[in-house]
Write a protein that binds this ligand. Structure first.
Ligand code: UTP
Length: 310
């Protein structure tokens, strides 16, 4: 049974997918980064499944001119489906039907890649008047195990405002992320729920207020759209979602983080993407055992590029 926004706090999950994906060039010249497969499933389908599981009814994909394939992935392909059915390929049929069956998909177009904040702002046009909050999931970020949005929804129900997701990273990695400046909640009811005082984007280690790095999951009160209209271009000349959240914090809007005690994969760069692909493949019966053996061989001192592949 689907939760309604009375229990999950949101109906709409916004997935910004209008970036240029420059770190994946030349592949992203023609293939949207969000469709690159983690084993066999595009990253955006994994994130859409997470959104559906956490109670969203609708996915709003922010796309850019020329990236139609991202939305097409969520549309039924009746010709392909009937071909697979005629050939008795029912397992594949189930896989192909999964994305279109997850939730209702709508798209909005960001005409120019003016930043994540600008991308999220485009979603306001398709929200219903009674939607008081939205979830934003970055398709680059796999937050595992899934389920953090449910915790974030509960925190919003209990504390109001907006709720973000943090992962405690080693000190050596803080400079790669947006880092939270936090304090304990007045009631100190849960150690993994903290009040956010501010955020610093990619700080030097010496300036980092904590080791809590932003992960790509946001539960944002609808006032975010008002804040997004009032910010000016920030880092990289882009309209940053972080700046709009910082503006709300300055104005007294309650913002909390849930510290997610799990792992994450950053699909936004080739190194992180490869790690995710290997991690997911190792878990699969059809690929895992052979891949594990090959990796052991590939990393052993016996490995010789001239020898035949085992
Ligand atoms: P990233 O900065 O990680 O993605 O933005 P990118 O810009 O596509 O990649 P690089 O840096 O050039 O390699 C995080 C998310 O925000 C979306 C991206 O599609 C990605 O899912 N985004 C970013 C937009 O939708 N619009 C923008 O203007 C910027």
């Amino acid at each position: 049974m689907r939760m309604t926004d009375k229990t999950s706090g949101f109906r709409t999950a916004v997935v910004p997918a209008a970036g240029l994906g420059t770190r994946f060039l030349p592949a992203t010249k023609t293939v949207p980064k969000e469709l690159l497969p983690v084993v066999d499933t595009p990253g955006i389908e994994l994130v859409a499944a997470e959104a559906a599981d956490s109670g969203a009814d609708r996915l709003v994909i922010v796309t850019s001119p020329g990236k139609d394939g991202v939305v097409a992935h969520f549309v039924e392909d009746l010709v392909l489906e009937s071909t697979l059915a005629e050939r008795g390929k029912f397992a594949l049929l189930e896989k192909v039907r999964k994305a279109p069956g997850l939730l209702d998909v709508t798209s909005v177009v960001q005409e120019e890649p003016l930043g994540l904040g600008h991308a999220v702002a485009q979603a306001e046009a398709v929200l219903d008047d009674d939607e008081l909050a939205i979830a934003v999931l970055l398709p680059d970020d796999l937050v595992l195990p899934c389920g953090v949005l449910e915790t974030m929804s509960r925190v919003r129900r209990e504390r109001g405002g907006s709720v973000l997701c943090a992962i405690d990273v080693p000190k050596s990695q803080v400079s790669a992320y947006g880092v939270f400046d936090v304090e304990e909640c007045a009631d100190n009811a849960e150690t993994d729920v903290l009040r956010v005082k501010g955020m610093v984007e990619k700080p030097d280690l010496a300036d980092a207020p904590s080791t809590l790095a932003a992960a790509g999951r946001y539960l944002l009160d609808r006032v975010i759209f008002d804040a997004l209209r009032r910010i000016t271009p920030g880092a990289g000349g882009e309209l940053q979602l972080t700046d709009a959240i910082a503006l709300l914090i300055d104005e007294g809007h309650p913002v909390h983080v849930v510290v997610h005690r799990g792992s994450r994969h950053d699909l936004g760069n080739p190194g992180g993407y490869l790690r995710a692909a290997v991690d997911f493949a190792l878990e699969r019966d059809e690929y895992g055992p052979q891949l594990r053996e090959w990796l052991k061989f590939r990393l052993s001192p016996e490995w010789d590029p001239q020898s035949p592949i085992a």
